[in-house]
Write a protein that binds this ligand. Structure first.
Ligand code: BGC
Length: 832
């Protein structure tokens, strides 16, 4: 049975909503003469809503209705409440917080983006045995009052005074004669939609790992993991005393450091009733935090008194990877947690500061990783609907979706082109053509808009671009000002998206569009090659990002590709395997190395620990992916740039490469109907285990090397086929496999000791051995910091190291012996 959604929105007559106000409590009673066979509550709000029925909160959703482009899509939650209805008197109500609709959003400090007052919409449908249906709707029968929630804000936190909570307000018989009136609120019911995504819920609880007293004498609780959510407390104390909870991502000099929050106060407070044990948690805010600074706790704080509650969209986990390297496992875990923490309804940049917006570039970079780790059809499918309706309304793809920026967004590579690449990524992951069909108009509109912006040469050479955002060499105050020409970045990404667009048209059988986008792609590629690439494959700009883009987006011919790969390998070696890429290049650089035969270099890059690098944050104790490579500097201080989050998933996109290269799993047909399983071990890994849930079932890959015995186990589900390329196999065995479990076991032949290097080896020989080169350059960098070492420079390459050392000014005996040791400890053989 479905009943039309005909209720009106109501708002407390007394509220204005334009400044911080206590949350509104709304209630009414109704009489039921017999027990209904089914009772269903549909509810939503402008602001956040916590529905109540007969003394209890309805359902287990939190932060409902989440954040969507409310004017177009306001999500209605549906709860079965049959067991909570009783014959006789019933009380129905809700508490309304500010949430995203009313509260401040964005660093521009603007509020009321969607409404100037909180508003409730609900419909309770009661179905009786005789087939009749009674509907209780939001109407003027509802009264309203303030309660214990004195202040509430997503960014700033929640203040609750338990003395002011009206006891029994959500039970029948409560005296609401002093409560105020409600009135109708004008809001289009056409905006009401059923949920496309999983609701936000409490997912997990973390006990404190440590309770600290800081050098300044403060109490700080360490929950051991940077999360999104809040703290629940259990406390006993005197009436009117107040506990203050401040949330922080990091400690500096032993104290909670709030720099990464920018202006978000992230502070909750609880004022006690004082009549025994009290339990409380906020409901209209969430924080990105690992540490809790507690002030005003009465008596002794024990580990049982506080729990960190992890809160995010309740998605299903679908991807796992574990390796023999604990640092890599932590990097993987950090990416998983940054994803969880940033999927609170909307895929956001960060969960802690005065931002938490649906930044398009961030999810575009991270989407392949996200789609492997969790089933994201709900959250990202819903978000793409918002993107499409806002794009249609505004005439551009907003940089943040839902769009709350005060200025229009111009089309920008990696950010705006999420309109094309995200549906394509989801299609590749889930094999569902309706994802493409649903997004088709949005995708084509974006591509045609950019096509109109190209100059006579076919280049995207005008307009703002984020470029290789947060390139570690960009000035701290200009993250878009990296080494790589931003229009080169734009042209390369445009080639990728026009090809995805052409492929989409083909999948959907749109022959004319396919031809149009194929020829556009060809034009963009020619323009890119003419402007940015030499005939032999040298890419102007000579940055890792420029090469990574040219290689992974297939812009080059086979010969050019090989040369470009060698150039890229030199660039990463010269940087001492420290990272030199930002948002645009980082997801691609390990792939570009791997695709051009530089697997060793890819592993060296992955495993480097000095700043900036993938593992530097791990060595600094990170439990999530940082926004900047040096969000925390080596002295432990927070990077003071004003834009320093410890929880941004974008740079965690390398985890996608780990899944495909270490775990070895690649979908060769959409939805994993056909797969290639080809683990490419390196970096002295001795084992890895991957699992991925696909629409056909679970795929698992496990490989291990014990001395010279290798075992490989692969399972693929019914309905799929695969090719397996066995790692270290003496004959390089490739085998087609059918659905089921497969096991291989074989001896490997150790390489004859690898190349023995010494001071007599030439610089070229050292450079050709990635691990030797790493050790060698490390010693060099320690003694001569900042001096670039170009191993492949023609004038030096053929000289023995001993000769070269004679040219090094002031080379000490210690330096010489360290150099010698670096050559002896290295080899290019197999892992020991
Ligand atoms: C966000 C980024 C985002 C960028 C673009 C930042 O403030 O946190 O992740 O992509 O702005 O301007």
């Amino acid at each position: 049975m479905t009943t039309a959604w005909t209720a009106a929105f109501i708002t407390p007559a007394s509220t204005t909503g334009v400044t911080d106000e206590p949350a509104s409590y709304l209630r009414r009673e109704f009489h039921v003469s017999e027990q209904p066979i089914r009772a269903t509550l549909h509810v939503t709000a402008l602001g956040l809503v916590e529905p109540h029925l007969n003394g209890a909160v309805v359902g287990d959703e939190v932060l409902a209705p989440g954040w969507t482009s409310y004017r177009h899509r306001l999500v209605v939650s549906t709860h079965t409440v049959t067991d909570q209805i009783r014959a006789g008197a019933n009380a129905l109500g809700a508490v309304l917080g500010e949430g995203w609709a009313l509260g401040r959003l964005g660093w521009e400090d603007r509020r009321n983006h969607y409404a100037d007052r909180p508003a409730l919409w609900l419909q309770l449908e009661l179905e009786y045995p005789d087939g009749s249906v009674e509907v209780i709707r939001t109407d003027s029968e509802f009264t309203s009052h303030a309660g214990g929630v004195r202040e509430n804000s997503i960014y700033d936190g929640e203040a609750f005074d338990a003395r002011l909570e009206p006891v029994g307000w959500d039970l029948p018989g409560f005296d609401d004669s002093e409560w105020g009136a409600t009135e109708e609120f004008d809001w289009p019911v056409e905006s009401l939609v059923s949920p496309a995504a999983e609701p936000i819920r409490r997912i997990e609880e973390l006990a404190p790992v440590e309770i600290l007293t800081t050098p300044q004498g403060r109490t700080v609780v360490d929950f051991g993991q940077n999360i999104s959510g809040w703290v629940r407390l259990k406390v006993e104390g005197t009436t009117g005393s107040t506990i203050t909870l401040r949330h922080a991502e990091v400690l500096f000099d032993g104290e909670a450091d709030f720099e990464t929050l920018r202006t978000a106060k992230a502070t909750d407070s609880y004022t006690l009733r004082g009549d025994g044990i009290e339990e409380w948690e906020p409901r209209f805010t969430f924080h990105g935090f690992r540490y809790l600074q507690l002030d005003g706790w009465p008596g002794e704080l024990t580990a049982d008194s506080v729990r960190a509650v992890v809160v995010h969209s309740d998605m299903t986990r679908t991807g796992w990877l574990e390796t023999s390297n604990p640092l890599l496992n932590q990097l993987h875990s950090n990416a998983v947690w940054s994803m969880r923490d940033n999927f609170v309804g909307v895929p956001t940049d960060c969960p802690q500061r005065d931002e938490r917006l649906g930044w398009t570039g961030d999810i575009n970079a991270f989407a392949p990783t996200a789609a492997f780790l969790y089933d994201v059809r709900g959250v990202l499918g819903s978000w793409l609907k918002d993107l499409a309706v806002e794009q249609q309304e505004k005439g551009f793809v907003p940089w943040v979706v839902p769009d709350v920026l005060s200025t229009p967004s111009s089309p920008t590579a990696l950010w705006s082109d999420v309109a094309v690449s995200l549906p394509w990524t989801l299609y590749r992951e889930y094999g569902d053509e309706t994802i493409l069909a649903d997004a088709y108009e949005s995708m084509t509109t974006f591509i045609r808009q950019v096509a109109d912006l190209l100059d006579d040469n076919g280049l995207w050479s005008t307009g703002f671009q984020y470029g290789d955002w947060l390139d570690p060499d960009a000035p701290a105050d200009n993250p878009a000002g990296g080494k790589t020409d931003r229009h080169l970045v734009a042209a390369a990404y445009l080639y990728r998206t026009t090809r995805e667009m052409a492929d989409t048209a083909q999948v959907l059988g749109r022959a004319d569009d396919h031809a149009e986008f194929t020829s556009l792609a060809a034009r963009v590629r020619t323009a890119f090659l003419n402007e940015y690439v030499t005939a032999t494959g040298r890419v102007v700009n000579e940055s890792a990002t420029a090469y990574a883009l040219a290689i992974t987006f297939d812009l080059l011919s086979a010969d050019q590709m090989a040369h470009a790969g060698d150039q890229l390998a030199k660039i990463v070696a010269r940087a001492g395997y420290r990272i030199s890429t930002g948002f645009a290049g980082t997801p691609l650089v390990t792939d570009a190395l791997t695709a051009t035969g530089h697997l060793d270099e890819a592993y060296l890059l992955l495993l480097e620990t000095s700043a900036p690098s993938f593992l530097y944050p791990v060595t600094m104790g990170a439990t999530t992916i940082w926004e900047r490579w040096d969000s925390i500097r080596p002295d432990g201080s927070v990077n003071p740039s004003g834009m320093t989050s410890l929880n941004h998933y974008a740079l965690g996109a390398v985890v996608d490469w780990m899944h495909r290269t270490i775990g070895g799993l690649t979908a060769t047909e959409p939805g994993y109907r056909a797969v290639r399983i080809a683990p490419q071990p390196g970096g002295e890994l001795t084992s890895a285990r991957l699992r991925h849930t696909t629409r056909y079932g679970d795929i698992s890959v496990a490989w291990a090397k014990n001395a010279d015995l290798v075992t490989v186990d692969v399972t693929i589900p019914e309905g799929t086929t695969g090719d397996v390329v066995l790692p270290w196999h003496p004959e390089g065995l490739t085998a087609p496999i059918a659905a089921g479990e497969h096991h291989w076991e074989y001896q490997i032949v150790e390489d004859a000791a690898g190349v023995a290097l010494s001071l007599a080896s030439t610089l070229r020989e050292v450079a050709d051995d990635a691990r030797a080169w790493r050790a060698f350059t490390d010693v060099f960098a320690r003694h001569y910091p900042g001096i670039p070492l170009d191993a492949k420079a023609p004038e030096a390459a053929a000289l023995p190291i001993s000769t070269l050392l004679d040219y090094v000014p002031g080379a000490s005996a210690e330096f010489r012996s360290e150099i010698e040791a670096s050559l002896i400890t290295s080899s290019n053989g197999l892992p020991a």
